[in-house]
Design a protein around this ligand. Sequence first.
Ligand SMILES: [Zn+2]
Length: 485
Amino acid sequence: MEIRLYNTLSKSIERFAPLQPGVVRMYSCGPTVYNHVHIGNLRAFLCADLLQRVLRVVGGYTVRWVMNITDIDDKTIRDSQPGSPAWKTEFMGQQTNDPRENLRRLTRYYESVFLRDIEAIGIRRDHLFAMPRATDYIPAMMDLIRRIWHNGYAYVSGGSVYFNLSRWIADHPYGLLFAVDLEHFVAGARIDADQYEREEVSDFVLWKARKEGEPSWDFELDGQVLPGRPGWHIECSAMGHELLGLPFDIHTGGVDLRFPHHEDEIAQSAAGYGTETARFWVHNEFLEVEGQKMSKSLGNFYTLSDLLERGLDPLDVRYAMLSAHYQSVFNFTFEGIAAARRARRRVQEYIYQLQEQEGGQQSCNVEELRSEVFAYLTDNLHTPRALAALFTFIGEHPAAQLDRQWQRELLSFFEQLNEIFGVWHIGERPPLHIPVHVKQLAQERWQARLERNFARADKLRQQIMAEGYQVRDRSDGYDIVPLEE
Ligand SMILES: [Zn+2]
């Protein structure tokens, strides 16, 4: 099936085809492991996950999906310094006198937290071709910086190496993904920070000179030794080149990465390797919380652990995020997650019923449903329309009324759909575990009813509800079910 994607490079929806037949090479900017990632970061990883799953399941492609781990940059160094509040000795061990070892301890810890988070929200480790750590690719970064320098687009100043942007923009485009502000561009002005604003466009750092107490590597360039460490942008250029080869098919990230990160990646790779970075650039929109920008000062800043502590199911969070179109701002609300939970359970219940019900007389057209749902998914990942089509179908075709053959056909469709959404359980309905004391309360209530002591029965009913269950009476007994059903 043809897949169409919005490409930030051409600012239009294009028909996707990989450079090598049958194989898609895709790179996603991964987490910076200095803390728990927030739910805005998770949205970006989920959008990339959705894309690679659609390419796999509907496109029939083999996907080589690379997501890097940024374990060296301004923030990881800052937080691995002695005395940093980010240091949690209980998990990371003691700080040492070796800045590189301290960096390793901090980042390995947060890497393990990240791996747990993505597993919880249904990103499968076996779908990832590689998760390279930046510190394992420093020789490749040095090699790229040497190439840029040899080609005349880098210079050394104060022990750091900078990308010579004025030289570059003289005969190359810059601002391919994002409208950069070259109006105030000052030739020779330099910026050392990993992140900066579009008004601050200037020569950016490729290699940063070592500062006292910082982790460093010795870089030999043109007969000089420059102790230091890579800039953030060069990391992705080098890892993408090493693991996928350039140009690869798709580069993903949040819209906030278009500039400077991705813009600088494009310039560096072109200046060093002489090639384009990626054919398609796919960017997901921001996430807001209750209609506001998420920020620590507003008290609406959430990590996945914060949500788990509030009792949310991470797969409801996954479903909620996947239900929105990746190019629209996602408004995270607790109400929205509750609605997503109900929608997800409705499909789940339908799947169970397809398995359990005897089957009726009605027929349905599973192929028509499949092509409709997949047509929306392949149309620039339009999940809201795909899910709307699914719910219309479910509403019109009660599971119990469908002929057994159609029930089976539908089940295999749901199995395939779940390869994309990854939020349902295909199989037997798991047995419900009712706590013993709830069963006892229910038994006492039944007894009270038989004795026509309705006041006591009602009191017991309330006690049962307080435990999160309810009793549904039948003529000859009762069922205990979770309250929300
Ligand atoms: Zn990156």
